[in-house]
Design a protein around this ligand. Structure first.
Ligand code: ZN
Ligand code: ZN
Length: 361
């Protein structure tokens, strides 16, 4: 990791120089892992032209130096990490300090204001923008996380039947994920049946699944810190009825079209429209209330966004989800989500890409 991390820090320094800053304060576990390889949950980082200082606490006193390599100075702070970082910054002799306005708290800002002779400059997205285009190692980790997730779901399909509760299915799935090597669940798994499947971000409950209900399962695996994010929709305990089949068919057509046509150079809005147009033509436009997808990496929701408000062109190397869904209150919902990497001329699916409606009888 450390060679790659050093390259990433150099790329960040180039951005910092463009902003005419002497150094930048970086916060957020994913940003810090990306730049240093540090996997702990509590740390802040300052990246200057010639020095990099990571401030963390006692729990990581041996782990942090082992993970970050020689180029990063580790400071163990016993009371307040921001205070420790302020002292480190004070020793660097810098004049203009970039501070991440989206991740640094007001309390931390107040802390930095105590530095005399240092101008604080709010910045945003410097590291996040670097993270958009993945390198081959990152893509390999997401591919593995997607493969593992597909395997775990296949292993629990037979467990899903009427009478099982949403939580029981979630428990089986999460155990299957971890047994296969998933480090953690990138987000709270969604297992939502019947009318609850109409809630795009439903919490799993102890409600038993009933015969003939739709079941939306949205989950992921994590490998080397990198996330997958997959959704499959089932009909449990019997064949689908006409409305379920028709609704699923529209979402599948939208998802297939987006997967086939998504490529670098499109804006996030154009990517989103690939699926949205299909759903709107079927008269279900109002039922597709979220965006088509999001970037995937060290975080499960990161840039770029495939949304109607994103005018940023997608680069080669971006990994995104494609997850159209439609939701009808009181009836249920359908969503199909796969993970894609943008390559020259198109997109490659990293998950198993299974789009047939699975009727679990
Ligand atoms: Zn998802
Ligand atoms: Zn997603």
């Amino acid at each position: 990791m450390s060679d790659g991390a050093a390259r990433r820090r150099d790329a960040l320094r180039a951005e910092v120089a463009k902003e005419q800053l002497d150094a930048v304060v970086v916060a957020g576990a994913a940003n810090i892992r990306y730049l240093t390889g540090f996997t702990g949950s509590a740390a802040h980082l300052v990246v200057a032209a010639n020095r990099v200082v990571l401030v963390t606490d006692f729990r990581y006193a041996s782990q942090a130096p082992a993970e970050v390599g020689r180029d990063v100075e580790v400071r163990i702070e016993r009371s307040n990490l921001w205070n420790g970082l302020r002292q480190s910054v004070g020793a660097l002799g810098i004049r203009r300090l970039g501070v991440d306005r989206t991740r640094v708290t007001l309390a931390a800002w107040e802390e930095f204001r105590q530095l005399t002779g240092v101008e604080l400059v709010p910045v945003s997205g410097l590291v996040e923008r670097l993270r958009v285009a993945k390198d081959p190692d990152e893509v390999a980790a997401i591919r593995e996380a997607a493969r593992l997730a597909g395997e775990a779901l296949a292993a629990v399909v037979d467990f899903i039947r009427p009478g099982r509760t949403e939580l029981e299915v979630a428990a089986e799935l999460e155990a299957a994920l971890r047994r296969r090597g998933s480090e953690w669940h990138p987000f709270q798994s969604i297992v939502a049946a019947g009318p609850r499947s109409a809630l795009p971000h439903a919490r799993s409950t102890d409600r038993p699944i009933r015969t003939g209900e739709l079941l939306v399962v949205d989950f992921g695996a994590q490998v080397g810190g990198y996330c997958s994010d997959i959704t499959r929709t089932f009909v449990v305990g019997g064949p689908a009825d006409q409305r379920q089949r028709d609704t699923y068919g529209v979402v599948r057509e939208a998802q297939t079209r987006a997967r086939g046509a998504l490529r670098a150079g499109l804006t996030g809005r154009e990517g989103d429209s690939l699926a949205r147009d299909v759903i709107a033509r079927a008269g279900m436009g109002d039922a597709f209330g979220h965006s088509l997808g999001h970037g995937l990496g060290l975080e499960v929701h990161e840039d770029p966004r495939l949304s109607q408000t994103s005018e940023i062109p997608l680069p080669v190397g971006a990994v995104v989800t494609v997850e159209p869904g439609v939701y009808f209150e009181g009836w249920g919902g359908v969503r199909i989500e796969d993970d894609l990497v943008l390559v020259d001329g198109g997109a490659e699916c990293l998950s198993d890409g299974r789009t047939d409606l699975m009727e679990l009888t």
